[in-house]
Design a protein around this ligand. Structure first.
Ligand code: ADP
Ligand code: MG
Ligand code: MG
Length: 517
């Protein structure tokens, strides 16, 4: 834009954007004490953010290789046990997931043998990146293998930004110079505002997994958190799975699963098919006169268990939630993710893959080198007496702003920065160092600052901002055959420069989209 919009112009555009968002399902639950159906527009950026086209294309191109990497790492359970052993001893949640991987081995083998059932594995991944201003590089923040969220709201955000840019172009052509109008129109070209079909792409993969593992009539179970605020991002998948693929979704919490689902013996007597149990408890919406139909639903096969919960220890308050996880793992239903995929996406594995030769061992020299270009500096804290580790710990204590200290957690808000990072490392050293194995150290990425108009809760403010690009990938393997390996769309989250973390659900960031340059 040649001339900055006035506050009054922005105010009017923000109001239009909020209405547009609400009318197009770009919404989140209000949460708190509000009724579950109370909605508000998602936190959003009014206009797209400038992003280099070459980096966007690089991230997209790497996605299918990352999908393959995760599948290979997850298949190498010996590697997972070795890499995560010390972290698992220090971090109960990681330890419990490893235990489940171990304990479920016989049941998984039995399920695989049952009537020649082929293993069906689905990955719905999101690989996140930031530009690094000091080095001019472009580096991966992390790769999510469980509950990768915002694909649907992000697809709609891309459309919203097409609309807001159009409005801006119209305002420029009526009020300012023709140069400004031409510049605004140029921003609207499709090559600069890439379309985003993450919603459709993920649904294609979900549907294929349901059918591959469950056959006709099978449903998808979406594992959800009670009181989830981001339920509408999930509901978009649910809705599209029904309208475009005719597949029904059942939303269940981990706590409900042991009562609602069971393993059913197949013809050979092996009990590995996941089906709805005859609990007498109606599941899902029950209408007058339809109660009987819904209760009689027992025996419905579950083709896919898709987790939008289960990534944090808070999702496992009792043993029942772990029972749910064991039941699912022992079944022939497709899981997104399996426990092995979840562990393959852990911070510790990310760090280990960056160690010399490791990603190359899984992917070969060429593809390994392509991925390695995207790796930031990552350091293990497993052995504090090892000279490189001892040196990097001292460096991080002295220069905490150059590092991020990460525990084995997902969902935002868990990392340590600045003085907290130094203090945690010093405490860890003072206690003998073993506890540090639950963490990894990462080079701090410093994206170039931009300016953004943040729209939250109906109000807007302009601030200096940093952005993080996410690329979605889907991967479906049936036995040895890779049926789907695709890059399906993107997400941009933008936060104020002053905040360390970037989660939208965690309240730090807003949904954004890239304006390629
Ligand atoms: P989570 O699984 O909780 O999302 P992340 O590794 O993505 O964990 O970290 C959360 C947020 O912290 C990121 O979205 C990003 O904003 C910030 N962050 C993470 N790693 C780095 C890093 N190396 N440099 C700068 N910021 C980071
Ligand atoms: Mg994550
Ligand atoms: Mg993240």
């Amino acid at each position: 834009m040649e001339s900055a919009a006035t506050d009054a112009e922005l105010d009017s555009l923000v109001q239009d954007a909020i209405v547009w968002a609400s009318q197009h399902g770009l919404v989140v639950g209000l949460g708190g004490t509000a009724p579950p159906a109370a909605l508000i527009h998602a936190p959003l950026s009014l206009l797209p953010v400038a992003f280099p086209a070459s980096r966007f294309q690089q991230a997209k191109a790497a996605m299918t290789t990352f999908n393959t990497l995760i599948d290979r790492v997850a298949a190498d359970e010996g590697y997972l046990f070795d890499t995560l052993e010390l972290a698992g001893q220090q971090d109960d949640f990681t330890g419990r997931l490893l235990q489940l991987l171990q304990d479920s081995k016989p049941a998984r083998a039995a399920a695989a043998a049952a009537a020649g059932a082929k293993e069906v594995v689905l990955g719905v991944h999101r690989s996140d990146y930031m530009l690094d201003a000091p080095s001019g590089g472009f580096l991966q923040v992390e790769l999510n293998t469980i509950a990768s969220s915002f694909a649907c709201l992000s697809s709609i955000t891309s459309q919203l930004h097409h609309y807001t840019l159009q409005r801006l172009a119209a305002a420029s052509s009526s009020s300012s110079s023709s140069d400004a109008a031409a510049a605004a129109l140029q921003l609207l070209s499709a090559s600069r505002l890439p379309s985003n079909a993450a919603l459709q792409g993920i649904c294609r993969a979900l549907a294929a997994a349901v059918v591959a593992a469950g056959g006709p009539g099978a449903v998808m179970v979406m594992v959800v958190q009670p009181g989830e605020r981001n339920a509408y991002d999930q509901q978009w998948l649910q809705h599209t799975l029904w309208t475009e693929h005719g597949i029904v979704t059942r939303r269940l919490t981990l706590a409900q699963i042991p009562d609602c689902l069971q393993l059913q013996p197949d013809a050979a007597g092996a009990g590995s098919r996941l089906v709805f149990a005859d609990s007498g408890t109606p599941v899902g919406l029950v209408y007058f006169r339809l109660v009987h139909h819904v209760v009689a639903d027992s025996g419905t096969p579950v083709g896919l268990v898709y987790f939008r919960a289960g990534y944090t220890p808070n999702d496992y308050p009792t043993d029942k939630e772990w029972q749910a996880r064991a039941l699912i793992e022992a079944s022939t239903a497709a899981k997104c993710p399996t426990v092995a995929y979840q562990l393959a996406g852990s911070k510790k594995v990310q760090q280990d893959l960056a160690a010399p030769g490791v990603v190359e061992r899984f992917m070969g020299q060429q593809q390994g080198a392509d991925l390695r270009q995207l790796f930031a500096g990552l350091w293990s804290l497993d052995n504090i007496t090892e000279p490189t580790t001892a040196a990097v710990i001292q460096d991080a204590i002295q220069n905490p702003d150059r590092f991020v200290l990460k525990p084995q957690r997902e969902g935002g808000g868990n990392n340590l920065y600045g003085p907290e990072l130094s203090a945690a490392l010093q405490q860890g050293l003072a206690a003998g160092g073993d506890s540090l194995a639950a963490f990894i150290l990462m080079q701090r990425i410093v994206p170039p600052p931009q300016r953004s108009v943040f729209v939250r809760g109906g109000a807007w403010g302009e601030d200096e901002s940093l952005s993080e690009l996410g690329i979605y990938g889907t991967f479906l393997r049936v036995g040895d055959e890779v049926v789907i390996n695709e890059e399906v769309g993107h997400l941009v989250r933008t936060k104020t420069s002053s905040s360390n973390e970037g989660g939208v659900a965690a309240g730090f960031a807003v949904l954004d989209s890239p304006l390629l340059s």
